[in-house]
Design a protein around this ligand. Structure first.
Ligand SMILES: Nc1ncnc2c1ncn2[C@@H]1O[C@H](COP(=O)(O)OP(=O)(O)OP(=O)(O)O)[C@@H](O)[C@H]1O
Ligand SMILES: [Mg+2]
Length: 289
């Protein structure tokens, strides 16, 4: 444990994913490699714990603009969801704003308003005032609005510039809102342009989620196997260095590769080992390409 921060997800009412028939042949109750954002399957590898704990500190320390970035499939969305679920609802109002490619300022502010259950005004300028008003109401109740913008690299430049205004909303004593940007590394590269200097300077806390190291890969895979009713002996120790090198430590790629490996092994009537995984890596889609 890195820091004494409680990242436990609050209990959820949604049932665990249904079982996959092939999984039973390996003694599994369900598919451990399903590509889902399910906080109950979240495993605190060193990399994820570090990132999640820092994001939580950033929110609790009331930074106005925080960036969590990392390569696609590293687990940013899942880590952000876990942090959000762990926030005390008496002190925070966390929301997730959905983003789409080239999303403009008006649509972004509209999406935020919808999440806080305010009907968006027609004019963009009024939408900002609506968000401010709502955030002030929360503040009076002792709560703070936390807006997570996932896939923030999709935002158009006017939407990005509106984040500067959002992060400036304040009372006499403090900033009103925390905006957590979750993005691929392309966003930071975009923000390096001189026209974004003022937005960049407002990002006072930036966290980079690293791919898993070899130990992280092993812990991650074993955790998912156990969580789905399986046994860690399903995979021999020799597969972990191979999995690490083939996947680059990216959890989504590990999931795909192992899924294809298990299906291939099942059809061939073999156990999964290094040679099955090596062969699966050559199959279409196994490495995400
Ligand atoms: N620590 C973890 N514990 C369990 N599963 C994980 C973990 N990290 C990543 N995963 C799994 O890896 C997959 C990718 O995770 P996620 O979608 O959060 O990545 P991402 O970084 O947001 O990717 P993208 O940039 O493409 O949106 C998901 O299936 C997720 O469940
Ligand atoms: Mg994501």
């Amino acid at each position: 444990m890195l820091l004494p921060h409680n990242l436990n997800p609050r209990p959820s009412e949604t049932p665990m994913p249904l079982s996959a028939p092939w999984a039973a042949q390996f003694g599994l109750q369900k598919n451990p490699f399903k590509d889902t954002i399910d906080p109950r399957l979240f495993f605190l590898t060193k990399q994820h714990e570090e990132a999640a704990v820092k994001v939580k500190i950033g929110i609790e320390d009331q930074h106005a603009l925080i960036l969590l970035d990392g390569l696609s499939g590293t687990g940013k969305t899942l880590a952000a969801q876990v942090v959000l679920r762990s926030l005390d609802r008496d002190s925070f109002v966390p929301i997730f704003a959905s983003v789409f490619p080239f999303m403009g300022k008006g649509a972004l502010l509209g999406a935020i308003l919808t999440e806080i259950e305010v009907a968006p005004a027609r004019l963009t300028h009024d939408r900002l005032a609506q968000i401010q008003e709502r955030a002030l109401c929360y503040r009076h109740d002792g709560r703070r609005l936390v807006i997570v913008i996932d896939e923030a690299h999709f935002l158009s430049s006017d939407a990005l510039h509106s984040l500067r205004t959002l992060s400036n909303l304040e009372t006499e004593h403090e900033k009103l809102i925390t905006v957590l940007l979750v993005a691929e590394p392309g966003l930071a590269r975009r923000l390096a342009a001189p026209s974004y200097a003022s937005l960049r300077s407002r990002i006072t806390f930036a966290i980079h989620l690293m791919p898993l190291d070899q130990q992280g890969v092993e812990q991650y895979v074993k955790y998912r196997l156990l969580k789905c009713g399986g046994d860690t002996s399903l995979l021999p120790a020799e597969v972990y260095p191979l999995l690490h090198s083939l996947s680059g430590g990216i959890p989504r790629t590990i999931n795909r590769l192992l899924y294809v490996s298990f299906i291939e092994a099942m059809s061939a009537g073999l156990p999964v080992g290094a040679s099955t995984i090596q062969a699966a890596a050559g199959k279409r889609g196994a490495l995400g390409g």
